[in-house]
Design a protein around this ligand. Structure first.
Ligand code: GLU
Length: 564
């Protein structure tokens, strides 16, 4: 650079930032390279506070967390709030609460709505204005940034002209009007108080290729950047591009894990890192999460899919472990094989490998998640289930919470049915939201509500008429003895069935069904509906034992009353 030009660049930089006295070198001292083990990864999650945590972001954060944990590095959270218009209040609380719900809280940075931790802060971009100014000043001094006086209307006109002539849109080449304003004129216009924004002076050409090694995808070849992107906007805040470069350098991020939609912008970022004299971090572009629509796949959409929001999984009550286990299966192609061989092992024992990450979009397979969740819940003890349910219901189903919490020991027995010490455990709970449907009949209030709202669920047909049901219930009610052992209970059921003309031998019944009122199974089904109002349930003997004599008899009487 010629000496005179260099002097003028300094003059311009000083004119624009008269109050900025620190330099990039000062920042290097203030935010030193982290003293970590060799090859330790420093990762970050950098959401914009738009009031919504996307399921794809949970996936990205998981990669961040694992990389840092596995390498004894650091995972931090930074809030990217430079687009003030999009900001939604309460976002930070939402993000930290939701990350916490999945065990993904960061080691450093924004820890909660009110707390930041670590030496590389502030971790909220709107509090880092001074750092961006120091960096922008540095680029002006080097002749690599300039003030752009174009108004939004002028830019709009250029954009329209570019669309018309079908050229690449943007601020570059002949379209970069202010790029070629002489430094003297720039100084003059700034002195005169004309409004401006700051742009990068790109040295690239889209006719040339550049390449970078993506940590997961390998070499990516792509056109160089030639856009004079905005560094500092009219509101004094940086753009994503510039903030990303300044922040990830001075927070000493080693691995930038982000969505694949950022791949096209990476040449901008690489050029900016180089212009600042900073080392370029390793980029890891994570594939999108897709959903099936008809025969094709599309992006998981905030508008169309409830599963696009992390909050859905929390509100529905998926155990955190199920969601994370599922995400692991799409994280690394060899995870499932490892899991099959290591059924009981902790996930932490699995070695995550960047090169085993898929670069194609991963399909969100809810059936698979549900299977994983059922399996995980089936391995829980009744106490674990109860505590999880209480924890969930306290926030999302107050009525259920009160009922279950009223008698902890009774609830423990309810969730212990066909679970604790059972040979075969029922796998009918996917998420805590399902508890109501599966267990309502253990709680009188919920049972009565169901009967009032839906009526009894008896399956009447030509054989099993209302009268038959009435007779069955009447007879069974009279014979019911709460002190029976299971065998005695079963013998009694058969005896009552036989008395009323039901066949107690399935083989016989199948040979001549018309000779009988029905089979013992039909008889038992009537009893089951009277007690649970469902056709499927755990074994009715145990349910009756749990409900107790009074309530069992009461339910029979309720059926009889309903016929009056
Ligand atoms: N704030 C950016 C976003 O929410 C972050 C991208 C990145 O991780 O660098 O998309």
């Amino acid at each position: 650079m010629d000496k005179e030009f260099e002097r003028k660049c300094y003059e311009l930089a000083y004119l624009i930032f008269p109050d900025v006295h620190e330099t990039v070198d000062d920042l290097e001292v203030k935010y030193p390279v982290r003293r970590l083990k060799k090859d330790a990864c420093v990762t970050r999650f950098a959401p914009s506070p738009t009031g919504f945590l996307h399921t794809g972001a949970l996936f990205t954060t998981l990669v961040d967390k694992i990389l840092a944990k596995q390498s004894e590095g650091i995972f931090f959270l930074r809030i990217e709030d430079t687009d003030r218009k999009r900001e939604v209040e309460g976002s930070v609380k939402l993000f930290t609460d939701e990350l916490k719900a999945f065990g993904l809280l960061p080691d450093e940075g924004v820890i909660s709505e009110t707390k930041e931790e670590g030496y590389y802060g502030p971790y909220t971009q709107s509090k880092r204005e001074n750092i961006y100014k120091i960096c922008a000043k540095h680029l002006i001094e080097k002749g690599l940034a300039y003030p752009c006086f174009c108004t939004p209307e002028m830019l709009q006109k250029t954009h329209e002209a570019q669309e018309k002539s079908k050229v690449i849109p943007g601020y570059y080449g002949v379209y970069a009007k202010c790029r070629n304003i002489s430094i003297d004129e720039s100084i003059e216009r700034v002195k005169n108080g004309e409004k401006f924004i700051l742009r990068f002076r790109s040295q690239g050409s889209h006719l040339r290729k550049t390449s970078f090694i993506d940590g997961a995808r390998g070499k990516i070849e792509i056109a160089e950047n030639d856009q004079d992107v905005v560094l500092i906007k009219a509101d004094g805040l940086p753009t994503y591009h510039f903030a990303h470069v300044c922040d990830d350098h001075f927070m000493r991020t080693t691995h930038v894990v982000r969505g694949e939609e950022w791949i096209p912008s990476t040449p901008i970022h690489i050029e900016l890192f180089n212009a600042m004299g900073f080392e370029v971090p390793t980029y890891i572009h994570v594939p999108l999460i897709l959903v099936k629509e008809g025969n094709s796949k599309r992006k998981l959409s905030k508008r169309k899919d409830k599963e696009a929001a992390v909050s859905y999984f929390i509100k529905a009550g998926y155990p955190k472990d199920a969601v994370i286990e599922y995400l692991y299966t799409i994280l690394n192609s060899d995870y499932e094989m490892w899991r099959n061989k290591n059924k009981e092992a902790s996930r932490d024992e699995f070695t995550f490998k960047l090169n085993k990450m898929s670069s194609a979009g991963s399909l969100l397979d809810m059936m698979k998640l549900n299977d994983i969740s059922k399996e995980i819940i089936s391995h829980m003890s009744s106490k674990e289930v109860l505590d999880n349910v209480l924890n969930w219901a306290k926030q999302y189903d107050k009525e259920l919470y009160e009922l279950i919490n009223k008698d902890y020991d009774y609830s423990l027995k309810v969730f212990g049915l066909e679970r604790d010490n059972a040979k075969k455990i029922r796998k009918d709970i996917i998420k805590w939201e399902d508890i109501r449907e599966n267990f309502f009949y253990f709680f009188n209030e919920l049972f009565n509500k169901d009967i009032n709202e839906n009526g009894y669920n008896f399956e009447y047909n030509e054989k099993i008429t209302k009268d038959i049901v009435k007779n069955v219930i009447n007879a069974y009610k009279e014979s019911y003895n709460n002190n029976h052992t299971k065998d005695e209970w079963f013998d009694n059921m058969k005896e009552q069935a036989q008395k009323l003309g039901f066949c107690t031998d399935m083989k016989l019944y199948k040979q001549n069904p018309e000779e009988y009122v029905g089979s013992t199974a039909d008889f038992a089904k009537i009893i089951r509906v009277a007690i649970t109002n469902r056709h499927n349930s755990p074994d009715i003997y145990s349910i009756m034992q749990l409900l107790g004599k009074k309530e069992t008899i009461n339910r029979f009487e309720q059926v009889i009353l309903s016929f009056k």
